[in-house]
Design a protein around this ligand. Structure first.
Ligand code: FES
Length: 178
């Protein structure tokens, strides 16, 4: 069907082309056009995909350099993972199908990646910057050790960190400010 459609389109183009030639010019003959048989037309579209688990920006930890993180879910379940240095907590949570929305994709423009860090590790983390503090102010159920997961990268210093997912997160939209 695609081929016959293309054939009719080419025939129309061919006529239009010759009509547009200046008077006295030799008409373009059909053999000058590429034969349809010489065109390799795609018969089928091939779509490749990767498993959702492989999306994101997680790195495979090198043997012996694995870091550890435990998420405590809303139901109190504790899930531990071995991760690589540099991976951020939002990517880790999403790659492991935890319930963390990350509405702004990690650009510190929402509070849907809000986590509550255990006090032991909270003190080791660098202070949140002004942008993160502004977003944290909008987080539901803010605590003394709240942080945004997308702003925390795994490092040796916080190996073994434990973070809890809050019961709810708030995704503010423009209409919420009216
Ligand atoms: S994903 Fe929006 S601030 Fe972290």
């Amino acid at each position: 069907m695609f081929k016959s459609l293309l054939q009719s389109r080419l025939a129309i183009s061919f006529r239009t082309l010759n009509c547009a030639l200046p008077q006295g010019a030799l008409p373009i003959s059909r053999p000058l056009l590429p034969s349809l048989h010489s065109l390799s037309l795609p018969q089928q579209r091939h779509i490749s995909y990767t498993r959702p688990l492989l999306h994101g920006h997680l790195h495979k930890p090198k043997p012996g350099e694995e870091l550890h993180i435990t998420f405590i879910t809303k139901t109190g379940e504790e899930l531990s993972f071995e991760v690589a240095e540099g991976d951020n907590l939002l990517d880790i949570a999403q790659a492991n199908h935890l319930d963390m929305e990350g509405a702004c994709g990690g650009s510190c423009a929402c509070s849907t990646c809000h986590v509550i860090v255990d006090p032991e590790h909270y003190d080791i983390l660098e202070e949140p910057d002004d942008d993160e503090n502004d977003m944290l102010d909008l987080a539901f159920g803010l605590t003394e050790t709240s942080r945004l997961a997308c702003q925390i990268n795994m490092s040796k210093e916080i190996d073994g960190i434990r973070v809890a997912l809050p019961a709810m997160s708030r995704n503010l939209q423009a209409k919420d400010f009216n």
